[in-house]
Design a binder for this molecule. Structure first.
Ligand SMILES: Cc1cc2nc3c(=O)[nH]c(=O)nc-3n(C[C@H](O)[C@H](O)[C@H](O)COP(=O)(O)OP(=O)(O)OC[C@H]3O[C@@H](n4cnc5c(N)ncnc54)[C@H](O)[C@@H]3O)c2cc1C
Length: 116
């Protein structure tokens, strides 16, 4: 019989896949690298399936750059930058309607309550 893992997985809920959410995921990737792939379950909820690099948005507005150069699909970005976390990451593409901090969940448009 396989031994039971004595340490329960730590669960993290990331809201939004922009700068804050993506940098939170990058930090968790470093944690996994340090711990040799410890128990961690991460859920990311975001309405957009891309990362927008806003500091160069004005160059797109001025037609100096193509929009595609500042928009990165999350899947592509995470596959290249989060090799460890990507395997432990669940992504829900949806709008967050409300947050319940007392009970630790986010409500989505389809009525689901997502917990860490
Ligand atoms: C034109 C422009 C230029 C900028 N230049 C700079 C700069 O040079 N240097 C600098 O430091 N900062 C700059 N900023 C500011 C920088 O973009 C923000 O500080 C940064 O994006 C904030 O990060 P964030 O994660 O809070 O939000 P965001 O990066 O906007 O990410 C929010 C994420 O949450 C998702 N989301 C939002 N609401 C919901 C919802 N209800 N349900 C589900 N998902 C949702 C969005 O899809 C997005 O993925 C600039 C901003 C703009 C607009």
């Amino acid at each position: 019989m396989p031994a039971l893992d004595p340490t329960p997985a730590r669960r993290v809920l990331i809201l939004g896949g922009g700068f804050g959410g993506t940098y939170a995921a990058l930090e968790l990737e470093k944690v996994l690298a340090r711990q040799g792939n410890g128990s961690l379950e991460v859920t990311l909820v975001t309405r957009d399936n891309f990362f927008l690099f806003t500091p160069m948005l004005h160059e797109v507005a001025a037609s100096d750059l193509e929009l595609s150069t500042i928009v990165n699909p999350l899947r592509k970005l995470y596959l290249s930058k989060l090799p460890r976390l990507e395997k432990k990451l669940r992504v829900a593409l949806d709008w967050i309607l409300d947050l319940c901090f007392a009970k630790d969940f986010a409500c989505l448009t389809d009525g689901r309550a997502v917990r860490p």
